[in-house]
Design a protein around this ligand. Structure first.
Ligand code: SF4
Length: 432
């Protein structure tokens, strides 16, 4: 039976238009109703060379539902190629054309010989959310654009991590991971954000390996890359935040890539020395404040709930109450992710709930005894609730309403310092 989902934390698969938008000079062409892009374009930082307001769209209507919308799709692609200067055109289908059975894939194949590449990803809302849509877009690029290459570049690493725009910190996180990988003497290759784009997409088949930093999103993509190009992959399940996880991350990547232990340890030492210098300077704040309670909950997608839980337990010594994963993680990944929550430092285990219903999440938080002010890191939906409970709240997951993030990162050593600043700024402002 259909049920009402309260406070949904994701959008439909067509919101993967934001994944396309995050690729420099890539243009989404929407085969959908006229309201879809408008409804899905709530992200901040989404204006620029292309923005949702100008994405070409077939704007299909009642007549197209009866007679089919393929003619309109054909002319929309044709005209987009004529008037919009992009490097890659990605056709995304919404619910209506898929329900009425438009053969959008066939239409796209008519443009195989166009001057610029045109690919197609089926992203109807009823097929899943934008995490799945993100994977569909990457799949489309792999299947329809990338060609096999005999050339392999030693040390070149394709990095796959956040879902752009769904994660407000996607740009900063990717740049931070790139920086860490470079320090190991490897050559990072990412396709999202400033000055990457088609040039870097072309390099994907030449990589020594793919590095996936995510509990589950993107796993099917790197498996596809392995199958098509024989490129091995390292699946690192936790976005590294803080010294404990980032040092572990560097050791695993170094080992997989064949980087010498001496090199890896010297990179780690330099970062850790500075990291612990900063932590030591503020140790009195961490230990003696009376407003950041020992217990916390994170309400976010699998990427952030896992990463922040590990960081707060392993590095800051806080204790986890229930943690909530809200991205509708496919069941097949639940056990592996749950295992990560049971493997925290000091033998601590965190209870994790895969729950998409905000009503149930809020009830759970309300009923839990945090033994003081709860610390809740979550979506904007949790702000009012945390205020009611006189707790401390930080907006780290979608929806975002009370912060602007340009290229801030929470990943790595320096990103975690930013996260500490944000959390304890909330704490100390209680005294003002
Ligand atoms: S669910 Fe379907 S109709 Fe609604 S925005 Fe997504 S693609 Fe459009």
């Amino acid at each position: 039976m259909a049920k009402i989902l309260d406070k949904q934390r994701y959008k439909c698969a067509l919101a993967a238009m934001q994944t396309v938008q995050a690729i420099d000079r890539a243009l989404p062409i929407l085969h959908s109703g006229p309201g879809c892009a408008q409804k899905l374009s709530d992200g901040t930082g989404s204006s620029g060379y292309f923005s949702p307001n100008i994405f070409p769209c077939t704007s299909i209507n009642e007549k197209d539902v009866v007679f089919g919308g393929v003619k309109k799709l054909n002319s929309t692609i044709e005209n987009s190629l004529k008037v919009i200067d992009a490097d890659l055109y990605v056709v995304l289908t919404g619910c209506i054309p898929e329900i009425v059975g438009d053969d959008s894939e066939e239409v796209v194949t008519r443009f195989e010989d166009a001057d610029k590449p045109v690919v197609y990803a089926p992203t109807a809302g009823f097929k899943g959310n934008n995490y799945k849509g993100h994977e569909q877009v990457v799949d489309a690029i792999i299947d329809q654009y990338l060609k096999k290459s005999d050339k392999k570049e030693e040390g070149l690493v394709n990095i796959w991590a956040d879902v752009p725009y769904q994660d407000l910190f996607w740009l900063g996180n990717l740049r931070e991971i790139e920086k860490l990988i470079s320090e190991l003497g490897l050559k990072p290759n990412t396709i999202f954000g400033y000055n990457r784009g088609i040039m870097n997409i072309d390099k994907i088949p030449e990589a020594q390996f793919n590095l996936l930093v995510s509990p589950w999103v993107g796993l099917s993509n790197v498996k596809k890359l392995e199958k098509k190009f024989g490129t091995p992959f390292l699946h690192y399940k936790t976005l590294p935040i803080g010294a404990t996880e980032t040092s572990k991350f560097l050791r695993e990547v170094g080992k997989f890539a064949g980087v010498s232990e001496i090199k890896v340890e010297s990179v780690i030492k330099e970062h850790e020395d500075y990291y612990y210098y900063l932590i030591a300077r503020y140790a009195d704040l961490f230990l003696e404040n009376r407003v950041i309670n020992k217990q916390f909950s994170v309400v976010a997608d699998a990427q952030y709930t896992l990463a922040i839980t590990k960081f707060l337990v392993n590095d800051l010594g806080l204790l986890p109450a229930t943690q909530f994963i809200t991205d509708d993680t496919p069941k097949v990944y639940h056990d592996a992710i749950r295992e990560e929550f049971e493997n925290l430092n000091f033998g601590i285990k965190a209870e994790v709930l895969f729950e998409t219903d905000g009503y149930k999440i809020h009830n759970n938080i309300k009923e839990h005894d945090y033994h003081g002010y709860p610390l809740v890191l979550g979506g904007y939906y949790e702000k009012e609730l945390t205020e009611e409970l006189k707790g401390n709240f930080l907006n780290i997951s979608w929806p975002f309403q009370d912060r602007v993030v340009m290229d801030t990162s929470y990943a790595g050593y320096s990103g975690s310092i930013k996260l500490i600043e944000d959390i304890y700024t909330v704490a100390v402002s209680r005294f003002n």
